[in-house]
Design a protein around this ligand. Structure first.
Ligand code: YXS
Length: 259
């Protein structure tokens, strides 16, 4: 059985996450379904895509599937891992992708939402950046996505505390475009989608690509890159990393020692 539902109506594509049993955790099979759906919508020339979950959910997505994270000594968030693939698909989709959010957005799902072009949140939406909760090193492009989405101080608070922030706080921090009451969010989001469909698709596709390239135009020396990758390795080679993953699987609080 599929883990998403898709529709395409009047140029507006919808992908609805529908894997309640795992709280829409971004496991490889679910990610593959989303990637395939985006590819299909690209072929059918969708003019906007909406990424959403079922109405009434308490969790929009629980983030990366922790069961799929390596237990140590390997980069857990490398270039070809499903989460990175999904984020590149969203960024490279030739039409705007709108994230419509009800409920909690955790870890890697938070990055997926930040990679979307527009974010419409219900008042019950929350956003948590969780690597420090699990002892995971964040990857470089993920960091950049956040730095481009919100003020550095807010990014630091979210990263260091790993605590969810409210929709209201996310709005003030520019992480989301609008917070809309639950009973209006669908009408609001689809009205915005129709506004986009009414405009010139090539102009929009080119502006999206321009903004993607310009937002990533941070020059970095080879030494700087190697330094950041080396720092990440310190984390995924550590005892704390293995402990974080083990603790999640054993459904207990991790005990960290900083080594
Ligand atoms: O016990 P069963 O088999 O029914 O499974 C449970 C959970 O174990 C499972 N589940 C997950 N499995 C893998 N990866 C996940 N991220 C994940 N989240 C949940 O789903 C079943 C139902 O979960 P349960 O009973 O806890 O549901 P709940 O409604 O009481 O609570 C929902 C949550 C989201 C508050 C809770 O499940 C939770 O705290 N999940 C973990 C959230 C989180 O820390 N996500 C970050 C994942 S790591 C990640 O994204 C990156 C590596 S990073 O951190 O670097 O960005």
């Amino acid at each position: 059985m599929g883990m998403i539902e898709t529709t395409l109506d009047g140029g507006v594509a919808t992908i609805c996450l529908d894997h309640f049993g795992k709280r829409n955790a971004l496991a490889a099979p679910l990610v593959q379904e989303i990637v395939d759906a985006l590819e299909d919508f690209r072929r059918r020339e969708a003019r906007v895509a909406i990424l959403r979950a079922r109405p009434g959910v308490k969790v929009w997505s629980a983030g990366h599937d922790v069961e799929e994270l390596p237990e140590g000594r390997r980069d857990p968030l490398g270039w070809d891992d499903p989460l990175r693939l999904l984020i590149r698909c969203v960024e490279n989709f030739p039409a705007p992708v709108i994230a419509m959010i009800e409920g909690g957005v955790w870890g890697g799902a938070c990055e997926v939402v930040m990679a979307c072009d527009l974010v419409i949140a219900a008042p019950n939406a929350t956003f948590a950046v969780t690597p420090a909760k699990l002892g995971v090193p964040y990857n470089i492009s993920g960091m950049l996505t956040f730095m481009n989405g919100a003020a550095l101080r807010v990014v630091k608070e979210m990263a260091f505390t790993a605590k969810p922030i409210s929709a209201g706080r996310a709005l003030r921090a520019d992480l989301v475009n609008h917070v809309v009451p639950l009973d209006e969010i669908e009408a609001f989001t689809y009205a915005m989608a129709r506004d986009i469909v009414a405009n010139a698709p090539l102009s929009i596709a080119v502006m999206k690509e321009q903004l993607r390239i310009l937002a990533g135009a941070h020059p970095m020396s080879p030494q700087g890159f190697e330094r950041v990758q080396g720092l990440r390795r310190l984390v995924y080679d550590s005892e704390d990393y293995a402990e974080g993953i083990r603790a999640f699987k054993e459904k207990r609080k991790p005990v960290y020692h900083g080594r």
